[in-house]
Design a protein around this ligand. Structure first.
Ligand code: ADP
Ligand code: ZN
Ligand code: ZN
Length: 653
């Protein structure tokens, strides 16, 4: 139950329940699934007044000790009830009181061999990184694999996994998105044709998710490839953890148990006594700081692995000097034309889907807004709809301005669809391929499109961040970046870090083979140091200067943070809840509680939102305060306010 307590049940004589067993218990009028957390001879409650455990489930392996320890840690660290933490870590089918059907119990034959089919002989840099991690097998050590885009990090992972399997161990590989990088799964299957690979992500159907989990829990799956939730799977023979693209914000869960899968992975590696490899071209500043502080060891891959491949040349296009047509600067238009001429692929990156972010009346200034959010509706021209990207609300495009009746409503700004239209108009014979969350609704379709692009189908790709992640398009030689500036004027101190990572990722799509790549970044702030570092491919310099700024300003990772957030029908109610909450727990000297403020996106899906920030330079002091605070808030049980704590928050919308 989402309650911060454990419930006592009597263990009937002769019933062999142990800690970690899933059990069926009476709860109120119904039966529920529970997990045995402790077995105690004594209880505050007399046995005569206790209800008894109804049944012990043996349809799945009992939850092992190190898994239970991980759950205790996550529950304490992220301030969520233990029961909720454990239950949400199980695949949905195993949360049910219904036992699994018999046939799912039969375990797979353990005849699979660990045969490894390498694709390439490792380069000297790859070998050095590989051998260094190898030395740490059998004990905990954290490595930061800092390898530029195309440096062959995946090849290093595969070699490390092969050695973990050889030793009879299991390897856990966490990636930001699986459904968007279908070729990754393929690469693993090719490299290990006879090894059981369990894939884990939330979009899997119940049956697949349950059987993958069972294979992992029984130690049959040699490799578990998953998104963040993979870190919650029981792995009795865990010997290696890899977190690829460790800087990616999607490793932080944004609801329920708000855990960071990257941080949980490091903790898990400690529990299991195995090495953990955090890989990225643009490590998170937290990990960079951990390396600088001596907690992680950095392994560098400074060059591209494929023969002849170089990092692309990055040019900054000054929009103050160069005119833009349809949002695209003259030099980018001509670079595109040259590629179309030579039959090479180009990619236009614009991180905004839809046709235009605003539909406006030029006559009276009206804009189409969402009735449930403090946000504008985005115009989707393809199916002639207005959509709210925050709550999913939809409506038809109005025929006339609802305020003044003007029938000439204008799209303002640009999204992927509008750029696609402009490109098609300029290059009528070229094949323009748009890739964003709207075009990629169905998984199979995206896979086919991406395969086609790799085979050279498509001349100009237009896409959002979806196109940035991990794809290898051999024929791509030009990348154009359209709207990088919004992040530069953001009030979020993490915006530059994210922008650098995204730009380095998209830029990394260009020139991955012999033909050199070129990247054009359009901006109104050509002198911004971020662009200088990007053009020099100098992540280290950028990271160090960002850390210096964070230290001077007193931001993480130099202080620790948590956010208390509240949602209510009326903003004043949410604000009052936060003001009162700040007073229920005693605030230690090392902890600073800021005043509550409304969120930037104050209204979302019909609820008003506010938050207060808690900061401390002492992690123990912060944790003690949060523990006290959440105990008191859970005890209060307010009905008209929804609240949660977010420890180490990274989103502040
Ligand atoms: P990263 O994940 O670091 O961006 P990848 O692992 O995707 O890089 O590798 C980039 C490209 O380099 C791939 O096409 C891969 O096949 C190739 N590659 C990797 N290692 C080697 C190697 N040792 N020799 C030749 N090519 C390699
Ligand atoms: Zn109007
Ligand atoms: Zn909305």
């Amino acid at each position: 139950m989402p309650l911060a307590k454990l419930f006592d049940y009597a263990l009937p004589e002769g019933m062999p329940a142990r800690v970690g067993d899933r059990v069926v218990v009476p709860f109120g009028a119904r039966q529920r699934l529970g997990i045995v957390a402790e077995i105690d001879a004594a209880s505050d409650l007399p046995v005569s007044r206790m209800k008894a455990i109804a049944a012990v489930r043996d349809d799945a392996p009992p939850l092992p000790d190190d898994w239970l320890q991980l759950m205790h840690f996550l529950s304490g660290y992220y301030q969520r009830p233990l029961g909720e933490t454990m239950i949400s870590a199980l695949p949905p089918r195993l949360r049910s009181v219904r036992p699994l059907p018999r046939k799912s119990l039969s375990s797979a034959s353990a005849t699979s061999s660990a045969r490894f089919v390498p694709t390439h002989a490792l380069t000297p840099d790859q070998t050095r990184a590989f051998e260094r991690v190898l030395e740490a097998y059998g004990r905990f050590e954290a490595f930061l694999l800092h390898g530029i885009t195309g440096s062959g990090k995946t090849e290093v992972y595969l070699n490390l996994i092969a050695r973990a399997l050889e030793r009879g161990g299991q390897a856990l590989v966490l990636v930001p998105e699986i459904s968007l990088t279908p070729q990754l799964e393929g690469r693993f299957c090719q490299a290990f044709p006879e090894v059981r690979l369990a894939v884990m992500h939330s979009a899997l159907e119940d049956v697949a998710r349950t059987s993958g989990w069972l294979e992992a829990a029984r130690g049959e799956a040699g490799i578990v490839l998953g998104t963040r939730l993979g870190v919650l799977a029981p792995l009795p023979k865990l010997a290696l953890i890899v977190v690829d693209e460790e800087h990616d914000p999607s490793f932080k869960q944004q609801e329920g148990l708000r855990y960071s899968a990257r941080d949980a992975a490091v903790y898990r590696a400690k529990l299991a006594g195995c090495p953990v490899v955090l890989g990225s071209a643009t490590p998170s500043l937290e990990s960079w700081h951990n390396w600088r502080a001596g907690r992680y060891e950095r392994l560098e891959l400074p060059e591209r692995a494929a023969p002849g491949a170089r990092l692309p040349a990055v040019r900054i296009v000054d929009l103050g000097r160069e005119s833009a047509e349809q949002g695209i600067a003259a030099s980018l238009w001509s670079a595109l034309a040259a590629r179309v001429e030579k039959n090479e692929q180009s990619l236009i990156f614009i991180n905004r889907r839809g046709y235009a972010p605003v539909l406006a009346c030029e006559n009276c200034g009206w804009t189409a807004g969402c009735t449930r959010c403090s946000a504008r509706m985005v115009l989707h021209a393809a199916d002639r709809r207005l959509r709210c990207h925050h709550c999913g609300a939809e409506s038809a495009i109005p025929r006339a301005c609802p305020t003044c009746g003007n029938v000439d409503l204008k799209p303002v700004g640009r999204g992927t669809q509008r750029i696609e239209e402009a490109l098609q108009a300029r290059f009528p014979a070229a094949r323009i391929v748009r890739i964003d969350r709207d075009s990629a609704r169905r998984r199979g379709e995206l896979t086919r499109t991406l395969d086609g692009i790799r085979r050279g189908e498509g001349d100009i790709l237009v896409g959002t961040q979806l196109l940035a992640k991990g794809h290898d398009f051999p024929g791509l030689t030009l990348v154009g970046v359209l709207n990088a500036d919004t992040a530069l004027v953001s009030t979020d101190y993490r915006a530059p870090e994210r922008l650098f990572a995204v730009l380095a990722q998209v830029a990394g799509r260009a020139g991955r083979r012999e033909r050199p790549g070129e990247v054009l970044v359009q901006t109104r702030y050509p002198g911004h140091p971020l662009f200088g570092a990007l053009a020099r491919h100098d992540f280290s310099g950028f990271a160090d200067s960002q850390l210096a700024e964070r230290r001077a300003a007193g931001f993480p990772p130099y202080v620790f943070e948590a956010a208390l957030r509240a949602e209510a029908r009326k903003l004043e109610r949410a604000m009052r809840f936060l003001r009162e909450a700040a007073a229920v727990a005693a605030v230690p000297d090392e902890v600073h509680v800021f005043d509550p403020v409304p969120n930037t996106l104050t209204r979302r899906a019909g609820l008003e939102r506010a938050q207060l920030l808690v900061q401390s330079s002492s992690r123990p002091a912060l944790q003690a305060f949060l523990g006290d605070l959440s105990d008191k808030l859970f005890a209060q049980a307010e009905r008209d306010v929804r609240w949660h704590l977010d420890v180490d928050p990274i989103e502040f919308d």
